[in-house]
Design a protein around this ligand. Structure first.
Ligand code: CTP
Ligand code: MG
Length: 231
């Protein structure tokens, strides 16, 4: 099957509070986005990569990357808009499947990506990498004037953190994302659009260190783990 990867990289990284957007922060001598693209380039099944970048992006053109395989498209307001723009831009490549992976997750390992692709292709169903929740999870509720209190404990037996990549049949995802956005649904990942459209989504266990670089305290750990990963 023909598999094209999409990398949403058009965010501003507000929670990182850095003047450089987080996908362009350097760790171990390369930007976060370059680390991420290098991981995807290791996966032989992926034939092309479309990166959604901001119209105001000053950084991407300076990266040393393989432009035969990697191209860009203008992203949108929200992550889902960026992904939808990229899905439109790869139409001529007639992908069977699309693999969406956050620019801000450079720690993903090629083995997990290959496992996700293999399991979904074998089942002919889409799926996502996910990690079982390990902490006890509380739902909070506000008292009028005295901060937040525990409302209840959520049984964690069936709880997962949604990671990326997320891997779906191209046409099915494009239609689901279009329809869900048009209906005003709250879509924070590809799986939410597929769930909204009523399609089954497989949960494929992935490494929990594939976290999304989000806040300043994530940088030290990401830097350490990237140094351990022999490239
Ligand atoms: N993203 C995107 N287009 C947007 C918003 C986000 O392509 N309009 C991308 C980000 O660049 C990131 C991924 O989606 O690689 C995951 O989003 P997130 O971690 O929320 O990144 P930001 O939106 O940049 O960060 P923040 O929410 O802290 O502002
Ligand atoms: Mg965001």
């Amino acid at each position: 099957p023909r598999i094209v990867a999409i990398v949403p990289a058009a965010g501003v990284g507000s929670r990182m509070q850095s003047s450089t957007p987080k996908q362009y922060i350097e760790l171990q001598g390369k930007t976060v986005l370059e680390h991420t693209l290098n991981k995807l380039m290791k996966v032989g099944e992926i034939s092309a990569i479309k990166v959604a970048i901001s119209a105001a992006d000053d950084y991407f053109s300076t990266l040393a990357i393989n432009k035969q395989v990697i191209s860009t498209v203008a992203g949108g307001r929200e992550r889902a808009d960026s992904v939808l723009a990229a899905l439109g831009a790869i139409e001529q490549q007639s992908p069977d499947w699309v693999l969406v992976h956050d620019a801000a997750r450079p720690l993903v390992c090629a083995h997990d990506i290959e496992n996700l692709i293999a399991q979904c292709c074998a089942a002919k169903q889409g799926g996502i990498l996910a990690a079982k929740v390990r902490d006890t999870i509380k739902r909070g509720c506000n008292s009028e004037d005295d901060g937040e209190f525990i409302d209840m404990t959520i049984p964690r037996e069936h709880l997962y953190q949604a990671l990326t990549p997320q891997f779906f049949p191209y046409e099915l995802l494009r239609q689901a994302l279009r329809d869900a956005l048009a209906a005003g649904a709250n879509i924070t990942d590809e799986a939410s659009a597929m769930e909204w459209a009523g399609h089954p989504v497989r949960l494929i266990t992935g490494r929990s260190d594939n976290f999304k670089i989000t806040t300043p305290e994530d940088l030290q750990l990401a830097n350490f783990l990237l140094a351990q990963q022999v490239t």
